[in-house]
Design a protein around this ligand. Structure first.
Ligand code: HEM
Ligand code: HEM
Length: 134
C-alpha cells in the first residue's frame, strides 16, 4: 500500500502558476463563464494569465508584483450572482484539487470577499448609472 502524499500549501510562484492555469483552464470551457471571458479577452489569454499570476502572487505569497485596479474591468460585465457562484465553485474546486493549508484557505476566503465586493459594486453602479466616473 502506498500512502497518498499530503497536498502542499501555496508557497511558491510555481504554485501560483498552477493555481491560475488550472483555474482559468476550467473557466475557459465553462458553459456559463467561458463565453464572457473569451469575448473580452480574445487572443490576450497569455497577458491575462500573466496578470493573474501577479494578482494572486501579491495576495498570497507577498510578491507585491500586481499593480492595477481589480474592479475596473468587471464593472460593466453582464454578470450576476449566478456567475459569481459558478466562478467561486470552480475556484474552490481548483484550490482543493491541488493544495491544502492556511494559504490555500486564505485564497478561498479572499476570493469569496472579492466576489461579494464585486457583485455589490456592480449592483450599485447599475442602480446609480449617474455615479459612473469613467
Ligand atoms: C470590502 C472589500 C474590498 C474593497 C472595498 C476593496 C477596494 C479596493 C480599492 C478601491 C482598490 C484600489 C483599486 C481599485 O479601485 O480597484 C483595491 C485594490 C486592491 N485590492 Fe481590494 N478591496 C476589497 C477586498 C479585496 C480582497 C478580498 C482582495 C484579495 C483578494 C483585494 C486585493 C486587492 C489588490 C491586490 C489591490 C491592488 C494592489 C494594491 O493597491 O495593493 N481587495 N481594493
Ligand atoms: C463572474 C465572475 C467574473 C468574471 C466574468 C470576470 C471576468 C474578468 C475579465 C473579462 C477580466 C478582464 C481581462 C482583460 O480584459 O484583460 C478580468 C480581470 C480580472 N479579474 Fe475577473 N472576473 C470575475 C470574477 C473575479 C473575481 C472574483 C476576482 C478576484 C478574486 C477577479 C479578479 C480579476 C483581476 C485581478 C483582474 C485583472 C484586473 C486588472 O486589469 O488589473 N475576477 N476578469
Amino acid at each position: 500500500m502506498t500512502a497518498t502524499p499530503a497536498k502542499t500549501d501555496i508557497t511558491t510562484p510555481e504554485h501560483i502558476r498552477l493555481l491560475v492555469d488550472s483555474f482559468y483552464g476550467k473557466v475557459r470551457v465553462d458553459p456559463l463563464l467561458g463565453g464572457i471571458f473569451n469575448g473580452v479577452i480574445q487572443d490576450r489569454w497569455p497577458q491575462h494569465l500573466a496578470k493573474m499570476y501577479t494578482f494572486w502572487g501579491t495576495v498570497l505569497i507577498g510578491e507585491q508584483s500586481y499593480q492595477g485596479a481589480p474592479f475596473r474591468p468587471h464593472k460593466e460585465l453582464p454578470v450576476d450572482q449566478l456567475h459569481f457562484d459558478r466562478w467561486l465553485l470552480l475556484f474552490h474546486a481548483t484550490v482543493k484539487e491541488h493544495f491544502d493549508g492556511p494559504v490555500a484557505q486564505l485564497a478561498l476566503t479572499n476570493a469569496e470577499r472579492m466576489a461579494a465586493m464585486f457583485m455589490e459594486r456592480i449592483a450599485f453602479f447599475r442602480e446609480h448609472p449617474q455615479r459612473y466616473v469613467q
